[in-house]
Design a protein. Sequence first.
Length: 260
Amino acid sequence: MSWIEALILGLVQGLTEFLPVSSSGHLELGKYLLGVNPENSLAFTVVVHGATVLSTIVVFRKDIWEVLAGLLDFSWNSSWKFAVSILISMIPVMIVGLFFADYVESFFSGNIRFVGMMLLVTAALLALTHFKKSHERKINFLDAFIIGLAQMVAVLPGISRSGATISTGLLLGNKRELVARFSFLMVLIPIIGANILDVFKGEMGSESGVGTLALSVGFMAAFVAGLLACKWMINIVKRGKLIYFAAYCLVIGLVAIFIA
């Protein structure tokens, strides 16, 4: 992988991780169009996902610090309720990661037609939120688990993680700002955990198709693009403009199916 290809794919990952258009799906499409072998680019995928995690931490640093400070009170306050909700939301994706990781990885093999079909599913989810009236409900533990189920399904390339979790939260009647915040923070621990696991498994050192320069360029591109996209997406959710991304996913999904 050249540094130019890494730059392009890093920008794609950074932008699409937060926008509801499926970062994994676009990363697979990008690799397909650039001729990058999906099986020889696992380390790159891990690195750019780590970059978007870092951008999330930077954007939500005040929220994260507020929650951590609240946990030190050791009382059943809003910080503990939020932390427990995050842990509950992680249960479904942890089960998949522990017992079905190899099965999920089999979908990341350049099957562009499958990616296109899943993008159509993302489009349908986003379109449904357009007809749902905004509510002011806070996310309870049951909501957190259901949103976690949406995150579990979104491990498939083409299903947008942010799109699935935000759409599910909105369809449950939760407040827009709370859903966006919860959606972006709930993914931190699972991705960090997955990256650490890949390092211990030796996946990062087994790559032959990605050099240090490409990994560095991809990381920086994904980090900077992620910062911009994360802030942009928060405003989009507040304004209820997800229908435009539904149309985008519909078009890209059909294109992916057509070119496969």
